[in-house]
Design a binder for this molecule. Structure first.
Ligand SMILES: *Cc1c(COP(=O)(O)O)cnc(C)c1O
Length: 419
């Protein structure tokens, strides 16, 4: 029973049962976190991270050993030859855009293997102005996922022969398709390379890092990209992103981020090294808590009669849970409950708004230490069919669990569900 919150007795019982149903999944999640924590610790030790590497630099940032060390530690953890980890990637989209512009040239073909990429990449790829990939003469094609959300391998064999970049989005984004496991990514890599050994495989790795025991580079991906206000920032990094992969490709990405010729040699770290190292150190634990929170949410809302993607007992490759709540009222109540359980801005009431780039209103709940950080408990929902909410994060499992309970309680208080 909760010590401080007045949850409905029946809801408490359901939650207890839901948690029991998670026993096997939780054991698996603990085991993964144990392995990944060791992997992270070993990378710090192998790379001889020292106190001096936590200090920052100013100006050009020549000889910034902390920055270079951080790149090396990230690379080892991610199974990559090299990495570009920078606080001045403004978000995940910026890091992905940098990777695409880094390696693609006019006339090249970018082939997405997982359907339309994440919404924020629309302008980057298809924009009619402003220097998009399309404007620079990069061609684009995509292979849609099959109706059941699986990868269309037949089409890969046919279309991948002529592509320069084969692009994979690991996490579901704002869709109900299954996220793509590293083992499936491995099959896709093999499939592409069998018909086109020169193809560069780029994986949008957002939300996937450290959820499994292997990462896409371990199975042959050439570049992987993500945000530091998601998994690998461990809830501590204040901003930033990373690209990891083949050494010569990382160099090209660095040329795009800074300038051709200077690449990784410049870019001062200011005072960000310490929080980026510390966030990375905490990341396996933070990701574990987020995955447990997501798993509990799936189990509880299943008990309450809703469908969750993925189910509590399914193997996970990212920290996202989508729950089909079926109505606008449910979405609003759910998000209000999540917001009310946030450490920051718990007193704020989220409201649906017309978010740029969406054709329907969106409601978002986020009360985070770092603005917009979705490794912290947060939920967003476009107010349209199938009235699903996308839930992620949870810095600690106990507070994440409480947030989920408050969401259910709010729906109960409003008479939207019965137990
Ligand atoms: C978060 C995310 C991104 C990048 O989004 P930003 O808000 O720019 O960090 C890209 N792809 C997927 C699948 C994501 O979840």
């Amino acid at each position: 029973m909760s010590c401080c919150f007045n949850f409905d007795k029946e809801l408490e019982n359901l939650a207890k049962q839901a948690e029991e149903n998670c026993t096997e999944s939780f054991a698996r999640i603990d085991h993964t976190a144990r392995c990944n924590s060791e992997k992270v610790l070993k990378a710090f030790i192998d790379n001889r991270v020292g106190e001096m590497h936590l200090k920052g630099t100013t100006g050009y940032g020549y000889g910034d050993d902390g920055r270079d060390k951080l790149d090396a530690v990230f690379a080892q953890i991610l199974g990559a030859e090299d990495a570009l980890v920078r606080h001045n990637f403004v978000n995940g989209t910026h890091a992905i855009s940098t990777a695409l512009f880094g390696v693609l040239r006019p006339g090249d073909l970018m082939l997405s293997l997982t359907g339309r990429p994440y919404d924020t990449l629309n302008d980057v790829i298809f924009g009619e102005y402003g220097g998009s990939l399309t404007e620079f003469g990069v061609k684009y094609d995509q292979i849609d996922l099959l109706p059941d959300g699986r990868v269309n391998f037949g089409k890969i064999n046919e279309l991948a022969r002529s592509c320069k970049v084969a692009y994979i989005q690991r996490s579901r984004g704002y869709s109900l398709r299954p996220s793509i496991t590293v083992s499936e990514i491995s099959e896709m890599v093999d499939s592409v390379k069998s018909v086109n050994p020169e193809a560069i495989i780029i994986v949008d790795n957002c939300y996937g890092e450290l959820v499994e025991r292997v990462e896409p580079c371990d199975v042959g991906a050439d570049l992987i990209v993500g945000s530091l206000i998601k998994n690998l920032g461990g809830g501590i990094a204040e901003t930033g992103g990373y690209i990891a992969g083949k050494k010569e490709l990382i160099e090209l990405c660095a040329y795009r981020l800074t300038t051709v010729g200077t690449g990784k040699e410049v870019g001062c770290s200011l005072n960000m090294n310490r929080s980026m190292f510390m966030g990375l150190f905490h990341a396996p634990e933070t990701v574990k808590n987020a995955v447990k929170t997501a798993t509990f949410a799936s189990a509880l809302f299943r008990q309450l009669g809703f469908t969750a993607y993925p189910n509590h007992n399914e193997y996970r490759t990212d920290i996202i849970t989508a729950i089909k709540l079926g109505s606008k009222e449910n979405l609003i109540a759910f998000c209000e409950g999540i917001q009310s359980g946030s450490p920051i801005d718990s007193f704020v009431t989220p409201e649906p708004w017309d978010m740029p780039g969406y054709d329907s209103q969106v409601i978002m709940a986020a009360g985070a230490f770092t603005m917009g950080a979705s490794i912290e408990l947060s939920a967003d929902a476009p107010l349209r069919e199938p009235y699903a909410v996308w839930l992620q994060g949870g810095l600690t499992y106990d507070t994440g669990r409480t947030g989920i309970m408050l969401a259910a309680q709010r729906m109960l208080d409003k008479g939207l569900i019965k137990i």
